[in-house]
Design a protein around this ligand. Structure first.
Ligand code: NAD
Length: 339
């Protein structure tokens, strides 16, 4: 907004613990004087002709602002509804899911030095939803890989590696078995590598990746991994487990050509909703990714440092999921005190 010098960002607070952790982000952003005005978005799904759709005002808001922060959305139980998260991905063409997984200083897990980044193709592969019964007892499920979708996500991986100063891009695949599908994904990566001479391309079979990452995660600290949809889904959860050991800590970004939506990896945590117990860190670290994406790096660094040093300060500074004693609001106040 040229008259106020502020950016407008769409904010989907989400369900369950969503409003509590969203409140924490808003308070911390206010205290840090981040030049952002939030535009609240209601994405309560509409079911029209058997299709899940998002209310038009929310679509307009996100298409106008191009950047959104999103709390967790509960998926309605019942058949026939596409999940709202999938609907958002399709509506805004969010082709890459970026998930960093980094050890948190002062919170002990199996490994100390995990710093992994995985980029998952978000639109096709095993999630194309093309399945049919050939004959009773025989089903076919189609994994769709296209040159276009592979190219846009792999190109994003090269660009992301360059932007965060990592010299290696690793394509994770199983082209020994999925010769054509994963073969195309690997071929596209090799073709694109000509355009990124400063980045070293490596290819790795997914079974090797799994073994390597659990035995020596720090060997990936200077790399960005990129892979087809299902592998990315599984590997990114593995990485979260290795780095943090709590769902309350892992952020993510969903990137499209125009729109990007930033969100915590965890769900709406109905078991602790409304009890001032939720850990807002994952949404806060997602908002830090968002600030970096927007070029507001100083604000991003300031908030990230305050969050991490609060967690490192000991059990008084941590929420219950990290075996601490803090509430959502006392944690928020402590972060504000450390900005
Ligand atoms: P969940 O991530 O909501 O909860 C799993 C466990 O982790 C619970 O014990 C919960 O209390 C804990 N937890 C999660 N986030 C936490 C936080 N910030 N602080 C402290 N503890 C936290 O997973 P679930 O119970 O399987 O799913 C609940 C709902 O969320 C479902 O409707 C599901 O579809 C939805 N969901 C949404 C998203 C999303 O919007 N991206 C992702 C996953 C699940």
């Amino acid at each position: 907004n040229p008259s106020t010098g502020k950016f407008t960002v769409s904010f989907i607070e989400g369900d369950g613990i969503g409003p509590e952790i969203s409140q924490s982000v808003k308070q911390i952003f206010d205290a840090a004087k981040v030049p952002i005005d939030w535009e609240p978005c209601d994405v309560s799904p509409l079911f029209i002709n058997g299709l899940t759709t998002i209310p038009e005002p929310a679509v307009q808001s996100i298409n106008k602002n191009l950047v959104a922060l999103k709390g967790p959305l509960a998926t309605p139980i019942g058949k026939g509804h596409r999940s709202l998260n999938l609907t958002l991905r399709k509506t805004f063409g969010l082709f890459a899911n970026v998930r960093p997984a980094k050890s948190i200083e002062g919170f002990k897990t199996i490994y100390d030095n995990v710093d992994l980044v995985i980029i998952r193709e978000n639109t096709e592969g095993e999630y194309s939803g093309i399945e049919h019964v050939v004959t009773p007892g025989v089903v076919q499920s189609i994994k769709l890989i296209t040159r276009d979708a592979s190219e846009r996500v792999i190109r994003y991986a090269y660009e992301y590696a360059r932007a965060i100063g990592r010299p290696r891009v690793i394509v994770v695949h199983k082209s020994t078995i999925q010769r054509l599908a994963d073969g195309l994904f690997v071929d596209v990566a090799k073709e694109l590598s000509q355009e990124y001479p400063d980045i070293q391309l490596e290819t790795e079979l997914i079974d090797n990746t799994v073994l390597n990452v659990v035995s020596n995660p720090s060997s990936y600290s200077n790399a960005v991994s990129v892979c087809p949809n299902l592998y990315g889904d599984i590997l990114s959860d593995l990485n979260s487990g290795l780095s943090a050991g709590s769902l309350g800590l892992t952020p993510s970004a969903n990137i499209g050509h125009e729109v990007s939506i930033f969100e915590a990896v965890h769900g709406s945590a109905p078991d602790i909703a409304g009890q001032n117990k939720a850990n807002p860190t994952a949404l806060l670290l997602s908002s830090v990714m968002m600030l970096n994406h927007m070029g507001l790096n100083n604000h991003a660094d300031k908030i990230e440092k305050a969050v991490l040093s609060t967690i490192a300060s000991g059990p008084e500074g941590r929420t219950g999921d990290l075996a601490g004693k803090a509430t959502t609001s006392s944690f928020t106040d402590a972060v504000i005190g450390r900005l």
